[in-house]
Write a protein that binds this ligand. Sequence first.
Ligand code: DP6
Length: 334
Amino acid sequence: MNIVTCTAPVNIAVIKYWGKRNEALILPINDSISASLDVAQLCAKTTVMSCPTFDSDRIWLNGREESIDNERLQSCIRNIKRQGTLSTGMEKWKVHICSINNFPTAAGLASSAAGYACLSTALAKLYKVNNDISAIARTGSGSACRSVFGGFVRWYMGVDAEGTDSIAKQIVPASHWPEMRIIILVVDDLRKKISSAIGMQRSVQTSELLRYRAEHCVPKRIEEMHQAIIHKNFEKFAELTIKDSNQMHAVCLDTYPPCSYLTDVSHAISDLIHAYNNAVHSTKVAYTNDAGPNTVLYLLEKNVPEIVGVLQHFFPPGNDQNIDYIRGNLPSGI
Ligand code: DP6
């Protein structure tokens, strides 16, 4: 029997991926940038086993067996087996996969990203794949290609129709900006109403703003963000993060029928952050939302106590608005 275990981090995009140019290959319409969180705090952990006596491929997620006949999962497993360099008959052994997350699944916290990054890395080790793992993870879930690396990561959309150049690369390791912190405000840990995959497909089909964003806004913004990260320019980083999150949600509302992911509590949090930044005359906190109501804050370590105090004052634990706080560091890697 062969066994490999890996962990992979959750990543939170600061320039969002929203829209595919090729659904089957999961190729995006724009570049995106994210930060990978500390694996000790928010991660997926996957063990893969292959054995000559297994008679079928099987998967367990968070302790429950799920169907292996999932198109994306199959495409990931197929890709790995095709690219594997094992040649002793072991490449034909069936595989059993066990994966667990230590955070709410499908609550807009990119669980599929960590999950597919982890699965791809573990299977690639098992089958001795030497090719780019981010490209394989991408075929499970687009944003998963960014979770293959720690630190700040850029997913290059690429131009090749087959997607050979649509891969992720690390911009800088987490040690480059060790003061960076995140706080995740879990507004609601129920499953999303409209998955990212369906939401972005609908946006591609119906939103004119999406095309404008991809052609005119993201190309400039992505370079500015890349530079802001390299130069550790927090104010610029925060402004771009906020603007890009809001633009993605504007695209979601421009979609027909619209995808509405944010709740009154998410809006109340962003209003509070703007009021706070305004009061201190600088952008000390950035907020961003993926396809769900939970808000992720990016801030520097020295500002954590004050911001947590402000948040707890306006959203006291146990009140109606019921926010849970998860605090995390950036440093991460598989
Ligand atoms: C809003 O990677 O979940 O989190 O490729 O269809 O699996 P699929 O979508 P997914 O989309 C993530 C979208 C996002 C923004 C981001 O992470 O960049």
